[in-house]
Each structure stands twice: as C-alpha cells, then as structure tokens.
Design a protein around this ligand. Structure first.
Ligand code: AMP
Length: 290
C-alpha cells in the first residue's frame, strides 16, 4: 500500500493505472476509519482493480464554530486498517495543496441541499461537492463509493454526477451500526459514557417510525410527533430536525405513498449526530412480498 500526499503524483499514478485498463474504485473519507468505512472499502476491493481511499478533513465543508479543528485524526491507525483491507493507495493531500491561496471555485448542487442538514449547515454541501469534484478530477475513478449514513450527501453527489454527465458509477452502501443500533461515526468518539447510552435512542426512534409505517400509518406529522416524544425522554438530546422526504427529490412528503427517507439530526451535548432509514409504505411492502 502506498501513501500519496501530492496531487500531481496522485494524478500521474491514476493515469498510469487507467492506461493499463485498471478499474479504479475511490472511497472518499475524512479518516478516523471505523467499520462503516471498512465495509465500503471491502466492497470496493471486491469490485475494482485499484482501491484508492482518500483521507482529507475538508475545511470548506465545516461552518464557523463547527468541529474542523478537533475532528478526530489518526493517520497511523488508518494506515493499518486500510492495509488490512487490501487498499492500494491512500490519497492524503494537504489542506494548502487542495485549497491554495486564492482558491475561488465551488461546485453547488441547488435545491436538494437546502433542507435537512442544509438548513443548519448552509455551506456544508457546497464544500462536499467541491472537494468530491476535485477528488474525481485528480483520480478519475470508474466507481465511487459512499455510505447511506450520510444519505443527503450521497443523493447530492449522485445528482452532481448526473447533472454534469460524469462517467462515474456511484455505489451507495448500507449503514453499519453498533450493537445497540447507533450508526457508526468518527464523531461517536466525542460522546461521554452517558451520552453514548442516550445516543441509541436515535435509531430506536427510526425503528419506531418503521413500525408505525408498517402498521399503516401514512401521516408524517403523526410519525414525527411519536419520534419526538420518544427522544424527549432524554433531556441531553436536542433534536436539530426530523424529516420525512421523498427519496428522489428530498422534498418533505405530506403523506407516505412511495419510498421515503426518514432523516434525523440530533445534538447530544455538543456532538451532532445524524441517522436515517429508507422505508416503503405498508401497501407497497405487501406488493413487494407477493
Ligand atoms: P466520513 O469519513 O464520515 O466522511 O465518511 C466517509 C464515507 O463513509 C461516507 O460516504 C459516509 O457516508 C460513509 N460512512 C460513514 N459512516 C458510515 C456507516 N456507519 N456505515 C456506512 N457508511 C458510513
């Protein structure tokens, strides 16, 4: 496994691999790897000739007062984990090289970046699409892998790939969870012992919604109310948003008729956690089973 820091070196290597007709799989990450990342990397390993994992804590997707400085980093540990998963290259660029002085070009996907996380993190997705576009240009992957854990991010990148006619296949991989259901996240390390216990309620609230929808409840307001009631049992938990949206448009639905994404963001102390679930209404579920 090689570690490449320089953009020009990464470009040269990727272009040589292309000339050799190697299928390049790219897994973009911010590092501090956990089983969620590793499951994606393993999928890439199975499906591509060359697996490149980028590790870059991208400053432009963090807002003022967010956790850019203290975001967990441990490149030595990441190296070990990546190596064990058969990664070929870690691309680990420097902030100054990705964003030299005078940098002023951004990629922005409109509309679907305005709700959900876009409301409380206004420039977040512009930062994400910009860095992902840069990674795509540097590496020119054939396949790129993202997690459903950051569902809105995945949809936004999918839209960017479609809108800009990019020749990249995108794969969205399932959410990997801890035993109690908490979605794995590099940010879970911030949680105190009691916050960590409370955090399991986030997934419980999504399962509650799943049960309600399965039993025929199609009114998003009623579902969200029940989820809020459950979460309010823990005073340390502050809801940023709970939203039930159409999976194609990410627009809120007034009644659940097709596939929906239930997305949630909460603060537990100072830590912001997100999670989601994709569900079909009971009528469609029955149709699928028959
Ligand atoms: P991050 O390092 O948090 O930016 O995540 C890098 C990629 O891993 C993103 O595509 C995430 O959606 C994905 N990811 C993060 N956590 C999980 C998880 N628990 N399960 C599956 N994918 C994840």
């Amino acid at each position: 496994m090689k570690i490449i820091n320089r953009i020009d070196k990464m470009k040269t290597y990727a272009r040589i691999m292309k000339k050799e007709n190697k299928l390049i799989g790219l897994v973009p990450t911010m590092g501090y790897l956990h089983e969620g990342h590793l499951s994606i990397i393993r999928a890439a390993r199975n499906q591509s000739d060359i697996v490149i994992v980028s590790i870059f804590v991208n400053p432009v997707q963090f807002g003022p007062g967010e956790d850019f400085e203290k975001y967990p980093r441990d490149i030595n540990r990441d190296e070990e984990l990546a190596k064990d998963c058969g990664v070929d290259i870690i691309f680990y660029p420097k902030k100054e090289d990705m964003y030299p002085e005078g940098f002023s070009t951004y990629v922005n996907v409109e509309k679907m970046t305005e709700n959900l996380c876009g409301k409380s993190r206004p420039h977040h997705f512009r930062g994400v699409t910009t860095v992902v576009m840069k990674l795509f240009e540097i590496i020119k992957p054939d396949i790129t892998y993202f997690g459903q854990k950051d569902a809105q991010q995945a949809y936004v990148i999918k839209k960017m790939i479609e809108d800009l006619n990019m020749d990249i296949t995108m794969k969205i991989m399932p959410i990997i969870r801890e035993e109690d259901g908490l979605a794995m996240s590099s940010r879970n390390i911030y949680l105190s012992e009691s916050e960590r216990k409370d955090a399991s309620l986030v997934y419980e609230s999504l399962k509650l919604a799943e049960g309600l929808i399965a039993s025929g409840q199609a009114n998003p307001k009623k579902i969200i109310k029940k989820m809020r009631d459950l979460l309010s049992e823990k005073p340390a938990l502050n809801i940023d948003y709970i939203s039930i949206v159409d999976t194609k448009t990410l627009k809120e639905v007034t009644t659940i008729e097709g596939e929906v994404l239930i997305a949630i963001a909460v603060f537990i102390g100072k830590t912001r956690l997100i999670d989601n679930i994709i569900l079909l209404p009971s009528a469609l579920l029955c149709e699928q089973k028959t």
